[in-house]
Design a protein around this ligand. Structure first.
Ligand code: CP
Length: 333
């Protein structure tokens, strides 16, 4: 069964083909997506809220003659258990062992959004909920953001840089950490760094000490950069990194050191309030990306988000085209 769970499961050449397919769809060269999605049903399961992901998947399905069903776990459907061998005498009424195959009988694809628990980094790294869906579904499963990755976002990010800078190879991509009001997962920064490496960019990751990303992801970023002949670096000097960048990608994430300690995490964000990105961080011809939603003047200052160099709206639009390409790829297979 072919799934879309992790960029690690795909070669950069295949990812590049998906980006190119998304761009062709955006230009109106319908082809395979129109054929592949017509009359198909996508079932989306959300363990966590969404504005862009839900709407862009629904829009992609409708645009090409398919249909999408949205279920919010614990809201309009049962709370779901995913662990093996547990006594289900708590808040969960149904197990993924039944839910995934049942939903597979109704539709052609399952898409799942989960969220890192931010209590145990090793447990989050196993991505257990989405892996349980992939294990028990009998149709392809799509990652709409899991504990570890947000691969749809990564594809849209790559597509956006390619459009705005007319190519990605050899561009200087800086992923910079920014403060927040609460701990957030590392899924988006993981996928952003993977996409940048796969796209042939030089990758610099700027964050304060203690905010290291997942080692397995960083190894793959380094491997793809080495294969592309580009550089990879991690730095604590945010301003120097950003000043030298063609692409400044801003994202907040929590430190594993503060998992289970929200007060400590808040204090650490306050200690690094000067990491909020402003217009002064951006080179004259640089572009500014953020996956959204963004907390204005905490993560990025108004002056930068409203600057001509900010491409966050186009980036969000590109989610729809990137996902249409992924849906088409999975269904065509
Ligand atoms: N970027 C993103 O996934 O947005 P939503 O959380 O609104 O879906």
């Amino acid at each position: 069964m072919r799934h879309w769970l992790s960029m690690l499961d795909y070669e950069p050449t295949v990812l590049a083909d998906l980006v190119e397919a998304a761009q062709r769809l955006k230009r109106g060269e319908l082809g395979t997506a129109a054929d592949a999605l017509r009359g198909r049903i996508l079932t989306m399961i959300f363990f966590n809220p969404s504005l862009r992901t839900r709407t862009s998947f629904e829009a992609a399905m409708l645009r090409y003659g398919g249909h999408a069903i949205c279920l919010n776990v614990g809201g309009d459907t049962w709370k779901l258990e995913h662990r093996d061998g547990v006594m289900m005498d708590g808040i969960c009424s149904e197990h993924v062992r039944e839910a995934a195959p049942v939903l597979s009988r109704y539709g052609d694809l399952l898409a799942v959004r989960t969220f890192a628990a931010l209590e145990d980094a090793a447990e989050d790294a196993e991505d257990r909920i989405i892996r349980a869906f992939a294990r028990f579904a009998t149709v392809p499963v799509i990652n709409m953001e899991s504990a570890v990755e947000h691969p749809c976002q990564g594809l849209a990010d790559w597509m956006t840089v390619d459009e705005k800078l007319r190519g990605t190879r050899g561009r200087r991509f800086v992923l910079t950490w920014a403060p927040h009001v609460k701990g957030l997962p590392m899924a988006v920064p993981h996928s952003a760094a993977l996409a940048a490496a796969a796209a042939g960019m030089h990758v610099t990751i700027a964050h304060p000490p203690g905010y290291e990303l997942n080692g397995t992801i960083l190894e793959r970023v380094a491997g793809w950069c080495a294969a592309a002949g580009t550089r990879v670096a991690v730095t604590t000097d945010q301003r120097a990194a950003c000043r030298a960048a063609d692409v400044v990608y801003v994202k907040s994430w929590g430190s594993a050191a503060f998992y289970g300690d929200p007060g400590g995490q808040r204090d650490s964000f306050a200690d690094h309030a000067d990491w909020t990105v402003g217009a002064g961080h951006l080179g004259r011809e640089a572009i500014l990306l953020h996956c959204l939603p963004v907390r204005r003047n905490v993560v990025i200052a108004d002056e930068a988000l409203d600057d001509r160099r900010s491409v966050v709206i186009e980036q969000a639009e590109n989610r729809m085209w990137a996902q249409a390409a992924v849906l088409s790829h999975l269904l065509a297979g």
